[in-house]
Design a protein around this ligand. Structure first.
Ligand SMILES: *Cc1c(COP(=O)(O)O)cnc(C)c1O
Length: 484
């Protein structure tokens, strides 16, 4: 399988190349040249497979530059019950019917991995496949990232003990939840560097951009990223849509709907990919919080990104975005894989202007694509957490609550609605406490984590200081031996 950029015609190589690439040289995102689809018969052959075996069958068509046995081995190591604390890896739980006469509501549990958020599902794969590809190439990678919480901890837990990968993770000093801080800063590992920046999340992101803009530094120190535009993350997430679909036990061809708490559009795009691969997905619901650029697009046909200073801080903070990076992949497919259209749209975006599809054939394509949306607020989150707790005896986190409420609004008679659980309530204890007046339970391995020793360095919001820090740490770190 060859990969191309959403904005150009040049080839980007094969899977292992785009794995390490980040953005394409023209600023676009990597996409497979075409999307192979299962026929109804080949789809049926996937029913009942174990998670790693299903992952192999779903991902293999997109990863043909790695020997079959090696890819299988990587997937079996990644999707192991010891890592995800469940034999099913992503178990499906029935919540019941939200209101009489409506279809059944389900929760797809994606958050039982090491950092208690769905990002683990893809990031754990990234950790394993990075190690494999870097080993084969005799290379090493220094990941530089910025986090407001979930991405950073998922990345750090995924790269633990990986000899060829170091992680430099910037976070805004004192601005993450107590649990998130403890989760990251309690790691005392030779290849993990937590950097608390004197600033806000946007400052951290700007620092990452500034380091990446220095091409010499970037090449000299093998700087890379694990952000949500990485194709391998999107691909790995498509697998659990298949897993959930088969767990529903529907007759062949019957549709299921999915509701997805959305920020950067990575998770819901993976669902769209699954649909394009032939999975009978009916509606895909894009659930947003008060930062509703995506809801605005799906309800009006106008996509207008917001500058960072117009992004509100909400109680589902991992969805606080003003632009959705993976959205470019969706519009590229909507335009029939046209880089020309994508390029002209993102020209507009780059100049702060809206992409307006009203009255065009592309808008008809959007409406035919099955994606719908809705927006939730703080009050709606609290009420949903409380109601699902009372009616179903199940505590959910604020992001999942956005998905559940918007999912219920779009429910169709007789069609199951699967709501993706994107984090465990323990991660966002304050909001859950506000909703149900009690603290959420947390997995035993995180008991008392707030009192654990913390390992992090504080740096000023200054790019030269950051570069000097990275250079110094890498000199101190024992370098990987080149293969003879
Ligand atoms: C990252 C995240 C999201 C948003 O997912 P996208 O793929 O960026 O749309 C939603 N909920 C939680 C808990 C997250 O960590």
């Amino acid at each position: 399988m060859k990969y191309v950029s959403t904005r150009g015609t040049g080839e980007l190589g094969r899977f292992s190349d785009v794995l390490l690439l980040g953005l394409a040289p023209d600023g676009g995102l990597a996409m497979p040249e075409h999307i192979p689809a299962f026929s109804p018969q080949t789809l049926e052959a996937l029913r009942g497979l174990s998670y790693p075996e299903l992952a192999f069958r779903v991902m293999r068509p997109f990863i043909d530059d790695i020997p079959e046995a090696d890819l299988r081995r990587v997937l079996h190591a990644t999707y192991h019950p010891d890592v995800f604390h469940s034999q099913d890896i992503t178990p499906l739980t029935r919540l019941g019917a939200a209101s009489p006469g409506q279809g059944e509501l389900y929760l797809l549990e994606l958050s039982n991995g090491p950092s208690l958020a769905f990002k683990d599902v893809a990031m754990q794969f990234l950790g394993q496949i990075f190690e494999y590809v870097l080993e084969r190439r005799g290379e090493q990678l220094n990941i530089l990232g910025a986090t407001s919480g979930d991405t950073g901890s998922a990345a750090e837990y995924a790269m633990l003990g990986k000899a060829r990968v170091n992680v430099f993770m910037l976070s805004p000093r004192g601005r993450m939840s107590a649990f998130q801080q403890a989760q990251m800063y309690s790691l005392n590992e030779p290849n993990i560097f937590n950097i608390a920046v004197e600033g806000v999340f946007d400052d951290c992101q700007d620092l990452v951009k500034a380091v990446n803009a220095d091409a010499d530094f970037k090449a000299r120190f093998d700087i890379g990223a694990v952000n949500s535009i990485n194709w391998a993350r999107v691909l790995a997430q498509a697998v659990y849509y298949f897993k959930a679909y088969f767990a529903l036990g529907l007759p062949p061809g019957a549709e299921a709907d999915f509701s997805v708490p959305s920020g950067n559009f990575g998770n819901v795009f993976a669902g769209f990919l699954a649909k394009r691969m032939g999975l009978p997905v009916g509606q895909l619901i894009v659930a947003t919080n008060e930062n509703d650029v995506l809801n605005e697009f799906f309800s009006t046909g106008v996509y207008h990104v917001r500058p960072a200073d117009r992004v509100a801080m909400t109680s589902s903070p991992s969805m606080d975005i003003g632009k959705a990076s993976n959205f470019e992949r969706y519009l590229y497919l909507i335009a029939g894989s046209s880089a020309t259209h994508t390029l002209s749209w993102w020209d507009e975006v780059g100049q702060g202007r809206p992409v307006d599809l009203r009255g065009t054939s592309h808008w008809d394509e959007v409406k035919a694509s099955g994606l719908l949306s809705g927006r939730n607020t703080h009050q709606g989150r609290l009420e949903t957490i409380r109601r699902i707790d009372q009616q179903c005896g199940r505590l959910i986190d604020p992001h999942t609550a956005d998905g559940v409420l918007i999912g219920e609004r779009h429910q169709r008679r007789g069609v199951p609605m699967v709501c993706l659980e994107t984090a465990l309530p323990a991660k966002f204890g304050d909001t859950v406490q506000e909703a149900v007046k009690r603290a959420p339970e947390r997995p035993e391995r995180f008991a008392g984590i707030e009192t654990a020793e913390r390992y992090f360095d504080v740096l000023p919001n200054d790019v030269e200081t950051l570069k000097a820090y990275i250079a110094r740490k890498l000199r101190e770190t024992v370098k990987v031996q080149e293969p003879a």
